[in-house]
Ligand binder design. Structure first.
Ligand SMILES: C[S@@+](CC[C@H](N)C(=O)[O-])C[C@H]1O[C@@H](n2cnc3c(N)ncnc32)[C@H](O)[C@@H]1O
Length: 224
C-alpha cells in the first residue's frame, strides 16, 4: 500500500498529472442529470485530485465531499476554487471544509480513502467515480468497491470506466471490463450503460481506448 501511495505522491510532486482535465468532464456534464440529485443534496467524489468537476458540481447547487491522498492536490483545489478552508485533524485524515458564496459546502478528506468511515464521511446522496476505480491495481479494486459501498451505504453512482488492451501497456489507468464492474457492483446495483465513446487521441496518444459512462442505481430503488 505504501508504494502505491508513494507512486501518487510522486506524480503530484512532479506534476505528472495527465489525468487532470482542463475542463469539466463531458460525460459528467452530459449525464449528471441521470443521478436526479436535487439542489442541496451531497455528492461524493472518491480519489478526487483537484478535478474541475468539483467546481462544476458546486455550480450545479449540490454539496461536494471528496477524498484525496495528496496534500498538494487538495491545497491546489482550494486555491483554484478561491476558497480558504478550515482544516481539522480527523484520525489519520485532514478534513478541509469551506462554504461557497452560493452556500454550497465542500469537504475534502485528505489522506487514505481506506481510512474514511461512514460517520466521518457523512450523508452521501450519490457518488461520482471518474478515474478512481480505474486508478487502482486489480488487487485493490474489490477492496475499494466494497469500502465505497460500505461508507456510502450503497448510494447511486455515476461511474466512468476505461477500456483498452491491457497487454499493450501497464496502468494506471487500468482497463476495467464491464464484467469486472458487474463483479464488484451487481449485488448492490442495477447497472446501466449510458454512453460509450472512443477517445480521439487514444491512451497516451497512441493506444486505442474507450470510455464508458455507467449509472449504478441501488437495487432497492431500481425499477423492476
Ligand atoms: C487518476 S487520479 C484521478 C483524480 C480525479 N478523480 C480526476 O478525475 O482528475 C487518482 C487520484 O487518486 C488519488 N489516490 C490514489 N490512491 C488514493 C488513496 N488510497 N486514497 C485517496 N486518494 C488516492 C491520487 O493522489 C490521484 O489524485
Amino acid at each position: 500500500m505504501q508504494s502505491e501511495h508513494n507512486f501518487w505522491h510522486q506524480r503530484w510532486q512532479n506534476q505528472q498529472i495527465g489525468f487532470h482535465l482542463q475542463s469539466v468532464n463531458p460525460l459528467l456534464a452530459a449525464h449528471f442529470q441521470a443521478l436526479a440529485l436535487k439542489a442541496g443534496q451531497r455528492i461524493f467524489i472518491p480519489l478526487c485530485g483537484k478535478t474541475l468537476d468539483i467546481h462544476w458540481l458546486l455550480s450545479q447547487g449540490v454539496h461536494v465531499v471528496g477524498a484525496e491522498l495528496n496534500q498538494l492536490a487538495v491545497d491546489a483545489l482550494f486555491a483554484e476554487l478561491g476558497l480558504q478552508p478550515t482544516i481539522t485533524q480527523a484520525g489519520t485524515l485532514r478534513h478541509y471544509h469551506a462554504v461557497t458564496q452560493q452556500a454550497q459546502t465542500i469537504d475534502i478528506f485528505q489522506g487514505d480513502f481506506f481510512a474514511l468511515d461512514a460517520a466521518l464521511l457523512g450523508r452521501v446522496d450519490a457518488t461520482y467515480d471518474r478515474a478512481a476505480l480505474i486508478a487502482l491495481p486489480a488487487e485493490l479494486r474489490a477492496t475499494y468497491s466494497a469500502h465505497l459501498l460500505d461508507i456510502t451505504h450503497g448510494a447511486a453512482q455515476l461511474l466512468i470506466s476505461f477500456h483498452y488492451d491491457q497487454s499493450l501497456i501497464s496502468g494506471p489507468p487500468f482497463n476495467v471490463s464491464a464484467d469486472e464492474i458487474k463483479l464488484h457492483y451487481a449485488q448492490a446495483y442495477d447497472i446501466a450503460l449510458l454512453a460509450e465513446e472512443i477517445m480521439p487521441t487514444g491512451l497516451k496518444g497512441k493506444y486505442p481506448a474507450q470510455e464508458k459512462c455507467w449509472l449504478l442505481t441501488p437495487l432497492s430503488a431500481a425499477p423492476k
